[in-house]
Design a protein. Structure first.
Length: 295
């Protein structure tokens, strides 16, 4: 009897954890940490960065839970999401709503009290734009990716403002990098799950692009735009020539990946673009942090 109760409690814990979209939240935390570390240039204490990451994790997890609440009916129609806690019936909508709201509020308080009020304000804008704007737009227009990239990039500003309490040009340089990077990244995902998104009623570009030509062109445009955008940190004085040269090399490599997707327009090339986008961002941020302050 006791063992059964433990199993049930563990299953419930895992269901609530799944509501927070751990993989997406991990990306948010990476961007937040990069913004905070870049802003601090090694001067901010580890405790301050920890509060920034914890507060952002709570807000991001709460936003993901609320997103799942709103999209539960669409999730029930898609193969990759039908077994999520809400469409499967393992959790009730009220449970998800209260859980998401509680996480978001606690996270905003954490940021406001333990970092800066501006960081909390930017985090509030992030969750509002993600749940209140991007989520409903996915059913309205194929331009939703460009809108959704805003809350995806705002965590860079959360990290920066958590340390400095100010919005500065270098912060927006990192915001722009993450914003533009999401275009080819999300296009590869949209292509891989194009049938699922169509079943869910989401108006993704891939659902109206039978041969993938438009998605491929936009992926190339996104990767090509990202290359000069990635050089902005050197131009605004937060990184040196080492980063500048590395960013050019990484950008060229990523552009080749996008070009191959345009040329082939198949799942294999889309998957390589997706994996390449993740590796690109990790290496670029590592290079940026390693070279920060050498300008």
């Amino acid at each position: 009897m006791k063992a059964a109760a433990i199993v049930q409690e563990r299953a419930a814990f895992l269901d609530f954890l799944e509501l927070t979209k751990p993989r997406l939240t991990s990306f948010v935390l990476l961007v937040t940490l990069a913004g905070g570390a870049l802003a601090s240039a090694g001067r901010a204490g580890a405790l301050l960065l920890l509060h920034a990451v914890v507060g952002t994790a709570l807000v991001a997890g709460g936003g993901s839970a609320l997103n799942m609440l709103v999209e539960r009916n669409a999730d029930a129609r898609m193969r990759r999401t039908w077994n999520r806690p809400l469409p499967s019936g393992r959790l009730r909508p009220m449970e998800a709503g209260l859980f998401g709201a509680a996480l978001a509020v606690v996270g905003l308080v954490e940021l406001a009290v333990m970092t800066t009020p501006l960081a909390a304000l930017v985090a509030a804008l992030t969750i509002a734009s993600y749940v209140g704007v991007y989520t409903p737009l996915k059913r309205v227009t194929t331009l939703n990716t460009l809108v959704g990239a805003v809350p995806g990039a705002l965590p860079a500003l959360v990290g920066w403002t958590a340390v400095t309490g100010r919005l500065e040009p270098a912060a927006f340089a990192l915001f722009l990098i993450v914003y533009v990077w999401q275009v080819p990244h999300f296009l590869s995902i949209a292509w891989l799950y194009r049938e699922d998104y169509r079943r869910g009623g989401f108006r993704m570009l891939s659902g109206h692009d039978a041969d993938g030509a438009a998605a491929g062109r936009q992926a190339v445009v996104g990767a090509a735009t990202l290359l000069p955008v990635s050089l902005v940190p050197t131009l605004v004085g937060v990184a040196g020539l080492g980063y500048f040269a590395g960013a050019i090399a990484l950008g060229a490599w990523f552009l080749v990946r996008a070009g191959r997707f345009l040329a082939r327009r198949d799942d294999a090339s889309a998957r390589k673009l997706l994996r390449g986008s993740l590796l690109y961002l990790l290496l670029l941020l590592a290079l940026l942090l390693a070279d920060a302050g050498s300008a």
